[in-house]
Write a protein that binds this ligand. Structure first.
Ligand SMILES: [Zn+2]
Ligand SMILES: [Zn+2]
Length: 501
């Protein structure tokens, strides 16, 4: 049998992804597709930036709108099972949580649906221009999502030891158990309304969605339809192998599901790019026993860990982890700028494009840059999050024929909490024809700060789907075009890979 051009699992997920939009009956109702500002309610810029990204993923929206929709068999998680009602029960009698009462005891997909309706709805529009106003603080469409996030954040802050040490110093003695509890509870309560990590919030939202459906069917333990749909959107499934550098023995270790890919830039001063950082993330070396050549004398052998992608998702989420450590073990924010390409090709990392299982013509896995969440600030614990958003495409989820393009053809928007503006003219140093989202760092004045550099931390790519030519070409022209394809394939065999799917 001829080798496949992509993994069977990839084919299954692609089939699921291609059906998602068609299942959705819901449509964006406002005509102006400009992003809507999101007010900052108690340091929520880290939530706003991540939510702007989610609110601009058409297939994700089409998918989440199926939650509780007629005939979809996707109900809310049972209350007893639902850990979205965080924090853990042990905190439920503490004052700050009691004060919250029933607020924010929510189902994440339900709360997201409310937000999507409010965000893309035709209320709160400027009477003269039709442009969307920012969602006000505590607006009904997202108030409960905020309250749920406050519950999630009812936990010890990273600096609790310093807080307790400060209290001890002030009292000039050891704290009693009751005093320690009191200070700890106060610190947890304060943490509810303080700045958090935007990536962590994004993951918690996705976790909350995953908790609402079964992942495996009880009988055959195969993935459920809902799980396959989720995975088709966000999950990168990888397979890992260990190779002994002493005897070359290679064996598969495991396959794991991951939300996109996590990269780290080289230390400051070393030029770096996102594709290079992804490639680095796929290999590692480690010491372990070798089944073939370990001896009593040398039980450990050096192994190469090699990661290949069994599947690539519709939306490739790249976390640029800026938390780094210097040679003394001190944490710092690594602001070394990586090059961010507009188009990213990961075909070489796929199992079917690998050196071991080389297919001469694997299906291309290519992405285009969509959204970037930026962080401004010199340390990782303080600062400000904003989002650079590519405007929602005209065709998707929007059947309104009067729909207008963005002001002056603007496609990329800078979303700084309640303030939204066209990015191209405000960012310094953008070359003609360059996608402004590839600029790193972004140097811009905002409501919060004057001319500050924003570092990309969360980068979102969308899979490029190339339709087969026959689907785009009128029937009577098919013959002629086929001739052209044959010609171009002859001239350049690589063309065929990009055009066929
Ligand atoms: Zn629900
Ligand atoms: Zn060995």
């Amino acid at each position: 049998m001829a080798p496949a051009r992509q993994s069977a699992e990839q084919r299954r997920r692609d089939a699921a992804a291609s059906k998602i939009t068609g299942l959705c009956k819901w449509r964006i109702s406002r005509q102006n597709r400009r992003p809507r500002g999101l007010s900052n309610v108690n340091e929520t810029c880290y939530q706003n930036a991540a939510l702007q990204m989610l609110l601009h993923l058409p297939k994700f929206i089409a998918w989440i709108m199926q939650h509780n929709a007629p005939g979809q068999n996707w109900p809310c998680a049972a209350a007893t099972m639902d850990s979205n009602q965080a924090p853990p029960p042990k905190y439920s009698n503490e004052p700050a949580i009691k004060k919250l009462g029933a607020e924010g005891m929510g189902c994440v997909p339900c709360l997201l649906k409310d937000l999507i309706r409010g965000y893309w709805g035709d209320a709160l529009l400027d009477a003269a221009t039709g442009e969307p106003d920012a969602l006000p603080p505590n607006h009904v469409c997202w108030h409960r999502l905020h309250q749920l996030a406050r519950r999630w954040n009812y936990r010890e802050p990273y600096n609790l030891p310093e807080i307790l040490a400060g209290a001890r110093k002030k009292m000039r003695r050891k704290l009693t158990a009751a005093e320690t509890l009191k200070y700890t509870q106060e610190a947890r309560a304060e943490n509810m309304d303080s700045q958090q990590d935007s990536d962590e919030f994004f993951r918690t939202i996705l976790d909350g969605i995953e908790k609402t459906y079964a992942h495996r069917t009880p009988v055959k333990a195969i993935p459920t339809k809902r799980k396959t749909q989720y995975d088709s959107l966000f999950t990168r499934t990888v397979v890992q192998t260990h190779t002994c550098t002493h005897c070359n023995y290679t064996h598969a270790v495991n396959s794991t599901d991951e939300l996109g890919v996590r990269i780290s830039a080289e230390p400051p001063g070393t030029p770096d790019s996102l594709p290079a950082a992804i490639a680095r993330s796929l290999t590692d070396d480690l010491e372990r026993g070798c089944e073939k050549c370990s001896t009593v004398k040398t039980p450990l052998r050096e192994h190469m860990l090699n990661t290949k992608w069994l599947t690539a998702p519709e939306y490739l989420y790249v976390l640029n982890s800026v938390q780094a450590y210097d040679e003394n073990g001190n944490v710092y924010k690594n602001r070394n700028p990586i090059d961010i390409p507009e188009t990213l090709d990961v075909t070489q990392h796929m199992t079917m494009g690998s050196e071991n299982n080389e297919h001469p013509d694997p299906i291309k896995v290519r992405y285009t840059l969509k959204h970037v969440v930026y962080h401004a600030g010199t340390t990782i614990n303080v600062g400000h999050y904003v989002a650079g958003i590519t405007q929602m495409p005209r065709s998707t989820l929007n059947s309104n024929p009067k729909d207008k393009e963005g002001e002056g053809g603007v496609k990329e928007w800078f979303c700084d909490d309640s303030q939204v503006f066209g990015m191209r003219n405000r960012v310094r140093g953008v070359a003609q024809g360059e996608n402004v989202l590839t600029v790193n760092p972004v140097d811009v004045s905002t409501r919060m700060v004057q001319m500050t550099e924003f570092d990309p931390v969360m980068i979102l790519y969308e899979r490029i789907r190339t339709k087969p030519r026959s689907a785009r070409v009128p029937r009577h022209k098919e013959k002629a075009v086929e001739g052209c394809i044959a010609q171009s394939v002859k001239n350049n065999p690589r063309d065929r890979q990009t055009e066929t799917r």
